[in-house]
Design a binder for this molecule. Structure first.
Ligand code: SF4
Length: 97
């Protein structure tokens, strides 16, 4: 991860095309996501979750963090454009659910 990367709410798209975003309007700063995926998120000055690892390599853990957010503020899309979380249309493999 480049040191110059500035943590952001996203959306961030990794090299495979998976897209991750934190909805700042929904995020209520509970930091549950940090508990699940401390390597992925940090909190910004407003206490909102931001993504600090743009590689999005561990998608299983990222999906767990999406599911753990009590207000569904973390949105994950498959490279095929379908939503993995919340209100899943496809799973991580892109198969309909
Ligand atoms: S768990 Fe959800 S509400 Fe809490 S900080 Fe993370 S994104 Fe925000």
């Amino acid at each position: 991860m480049p040191n110059s990367f500035e943590p952001t709410s996203g959306p961030i798209t990794n090299k495979e095309g998976f897209k991750l975003e934190v909805d700042r309007d929904l995020c209520v700063t509970l930091a549950v996501c940090l508990g699940v995926a401390p390597d992925i998120y940090s909190l910004d000055a407003e206490g909102k979750a931001v993504i600090k690892d743009p590689t999005l390599t561990n998608l299983e853990t990222i999906l767990e963090s999406c599911k753990a957010c009590p207000v569904n503020a973390i949105v994950l899309h498959h490279p095929n454009g379908k939503r993995i979380w919340p209100d899943p249309e496809v799973n991580l493999q892109g198969e309909p659910v």
